[in-house]
Design a binder for this molecule. Sequence first.
Ligand SMILES: *[C@@H]1O[C@H](CO)[C@@H](O)[C@H](O)[C@H]1NC(C)=O
Length: 441
Amino acid sequence: MGWIQSFTCITACVLLLQQSTVSAMPMNEPRALIKRGATLTGKFLHITDIHIDPKYLEGADPDNYCHRHGKKRSSESGKYGALGTRCDSPVALVKTAFDFLKKEIRDIDFIIYTGDTVRHDRDDDLPRTKKDVIDGHTSVMKYFQSAYDLKHTPYIPTIGNNDAFGHNDVVKNDKIFTSLKTIWSPLSLNLTQAFSSGGYFVQDIVPDKLSVINLNSMYFFEKNSDVADCSSSTSPATVQMKWLESTLKEFKSKGNGHQVYMMSHVPPIDDDGSKLYKDSCYSQYLNLLGNYGSIIAGHFNGHTNNDNLNAVIPDGKKDFTYIAADDKDARDLKSTLAKSAVALFNAPSIIPVHNPALRVYTYDIEGKDYPYGTIRNWEQYYIDLDDANNGGPVEFKLEYDATHLYGVDHFDGAGVGQAITNIVSNDKSRDLYKKYAQVSS
Ligand SMILES: *[C@@H]1O[C@H](CO)[C@@H](O)[C@H](O)[C@H]1NC(C)=O
């Protein structure tokens, strides 16, 4: 064999070899996060708004965002945070939360995290750098990795309004998407082209039964002035809304009971009832929730720091609106509430705007009495921050249990309608709801 022939052979053989490895081992082929046939506990964790701040200083002045001391030592900014101020979360608080998860919250199938990882960019004397943003995401990722084996307890994060390089402003093909793709790469998430261009994705959780639609709410968020609203056909907001509709349509057309969770950082509705989305996006979004309620087993947000429950209800014409669990008008809306489409779960934060909190949901894994994935209960945990800062116990304790508070054991459309009816028709329950909305702070 001459050298040219052997050279050709070697090249061809190497090529062949490469090809066969590629087809035999589809690297990173996205799959459902939970293996087919795995034993499930029927519980998952929802945590939100960690806002870790390595620059937090115990005793520093809350007027300086707890970054610098004032004339005298502040009694507000304790070791575990400064309750109700504009300071972010000290590392000690974040550690406490993950120690609790590591020790006490073991029996969960997966984790959803509704974003706002990085500290706020509020302090003009300490502007947030790109490196600060990346470091925030990287460190929180490490906390999750240290508390759980994420191969067995998958972790699904999303993007908050303080998670990109600029506050609130997330654009098409935003650079943060590329950075997060790298930071989240150990999670084997289905970060396809939709994520690279828009920061949203759909991911199977339980094969053939439950998926999550993870939205980039920054495109709908009224405060994002860099993106046009949903009346512009070329806006990234419209592109995402169309994608959402076709994704929901696809799941619905399966007709096999496959359910979806929807998650994102900013909810459509604020804790005072005002809209957080641009008008055109808000109405389109609520109508999608209303029209696809039969396949949406849960809708999860953070951002407001409050613990709220809302229901998407028909508005009596042809559109959908919402009602809050403590709205007195709900007393006269029994028949409308019975037709509720979806429950909107807003979980309170780790950042101590109120007492730091996290929750564990129980979801339906039978799919017999209620659709698969239906929320059956949740346990709300919190730290009494003043106690913790003043030498008391530094521990998360149970604040309430949703089935007891709301008097129902299923939070599908009909269930959440009943839950709201129960809250508004009992003054004691309504007072409790209001107290818990602020995490007993
Ligand atoms: C990944 O996303 C695509 C759409 O971008 C979807 O069709 C596919 O089912 C998803 N795969 C998994 C495993 O979730």
